[in-house]
Design a binder for this molecule. Structure first.
Ligand SMILES: Nc1ncnc2c1ncn2[C@@H]1O[C@H](COP(=O)(O)OP(=O)(O)O)[C@@H](O)[C@H]1O
Ligand SMILES: [Mg+2]
Length: 409
């Protein structure tokens, strides 16, 4: 087996490798595109798999298809060929898994569909690598946490992450950069366990086409340039709720105590989400939200009930407007009824509320806040259907109610 190791890390990749060997449990590499993030993390996994015979490692992102094309085919397999050679491993395509000569395994998959998620989360691992986490919900990532439970002597288990930066409201920014607990906003109990590092294309100039930075990145629109060239956490280009700003985030203690009326929205799927709102005059207040990953509708509903979120002041039942594609699941939700799913009209309505400053979000609504500045359209004007789970539930809550004719605005 020709072991010609020809991986030469760039200067920042070297620093990243040092960080990986330090004491942190969670390591995020963020930054511009093509800066060598995925390569160094895949190499770290190859090293770990080689060093610890019989160990198991997972590389996952939102869509399995993207994991297979960008991580497996473009990075993992070529670097395995370069290092241990084709005879040193077997790639089992139907399993999306690579076994090395020493019995170690590297699994590749998506957390975006149930069958895939069940399959990859049915094992225990020594490393879990969340690739491109700007597309992954906090609930999906934390659900996978319990799977980092494989024991191999001498191997310190690790979570590693990478992404192009998202908005400064994204969960990863809050945890890794602000060092706050995502749900409560309290400072992290053990901040030293969470480390992050920025890598930018400039750092990887040697491995990029000569004109990549000057002709592609330098000429991007400002916000995209900030994200994809400079690795900054800024609001994206084409953000749908662009006019939403931080002054519309209200501390829980400053929220009104009573509302004229309440409503909620419910989205189904592997990422199941709930958003409750209150109306006060013309103003919409987002009161609370909850999301889970791979949870049955019934358990989800029980969780909402346990939180007391399905009750309204005065003993009125809460209307929970559900994704109309939910079918029989709608009956499993207390107060569940079909939502209006006119996407564009719903978005226009919410945008009008935001523009008139009649839209407020309680700072406890981590799900809504984490998505609101990343919910965007692509260049063709189509809504990007990732990281939109709370956005759908929010729209059902706000707009169905209006459409029912109950609220006159
Ligand atoms: N140390 C290295 N040696 C050779 N090529 C590298 C190295 N690091 C990165 N590259 C190449 O640079 C390009 C971008 O790297 P990648 O890891 O995909 O970046 P990112 O994940 O930050 O977008 C890829 O073509 C990759 O093969
Ligand atoms: Mg990458």
């Amino acid at each position: 087996m020709g072991t010609t190791v020809i991986f030469k890390p760039t200067a920042v990749q070297k620093k990243a490798l040092v960080l990986l060997k330090g004491g942190a449990k969670h390591i995020l590499l963020f930054g511009g595109s093509r800066s060598g993030k995925t390569t160094v993390l895949v190499m770290a996994i190859i090293y770990r798999a080689l060093n610890f015979a019989g160990s198991r490692h997972l590389i996952c992102r939102y869509r399995a298809k993207d994991a297979r094309s960008s991580v497996l085919r473009e990075t993992l397999l070529p670097w395995l060929d370069n290092t241990i050679g084709k005879n040193g491993y077997t790639y089992l395509a139907h399993e999306s898994m690579v076994t090395l000569f020493n019995g170690s395994e590297i699994w590749i998959g998506g957390l975006g569909d149930r069958e895939q998620a069940d399959k990859i989360l049915g094992h225990e691992y020594n490393t879990i690598y969340f690739n491109e986490i700007s597309q992954l919900s906090y609930a999906a990532v934390t659900t996978a946490y319990s799977r980092l439970a494989m024991r191999v002597s001498g191997c310190r288990n690790l979570f590693v992450y990478d992404c192009n930066p998202g908005s400064p409201l994204h969960w990863a920014y809050k945890i890794f950069v602000l060092k706050k607990t995502f749900l409560s906003g309290e400072p992290l109990e053990k901040p030293e366990l969470y480390q992050s590092m920025m890598l930018n294309p400039e750092d990887n100039r040697d491995h990029l086409p000569e004109d990549y930075i000057s002709d592609i990145l330098d000429v991007l629109p400002e916000k995209q340039k900030a994200r994809f060239r400079d690795g900054l956490w800024v609001k994206a280009e084409g953000v749908i709720y662009d006019k939403f700003d931080e002054t519309m985030i209200v501390k829980a203690v400053d929220m009104p105590k009573e509302f004229d009326r309440y409503a909620a929205g419910q989205d189904f799927g592997l990422n199941i989400t709930f958003v409750k709102i209150g109306w006060l005059g013309d103003c919409v207040y987002v009161l609370c939200d909850y999301g889970a990953f791979n949870m049955t509708t019934q358990s989800f509903n029980e969780e909402l009930a346990a939180r007391g979120w399905l009750d309204c002041a005065g003993g009125y039942g809460l209307s929970v407007y559900c994704d109309p594609a939910g079918g029989e699941r709608i009956q499993e939700i207390t107060g569940g009824t079909k939502a209006n799913n006119s996407v564009e009209s719903g978005i226009d309505f919410i945008n009008a509320k935001i523009e008139r400053r009649q839209f407020f979000v309680c700072d406890k609504c981590t799900g809504v806040l984490s998505e609101i500045w990343d919910y965007c359209r692509d260049e063709a004007g189509d809504i990007v259907k990732v990281n939109d789970h709370f956005m759908d539930a929010l729209r059902y809550a706000v707009f169905s109610d209006v459409q029912q004719g109950v609220i006159l605005v």
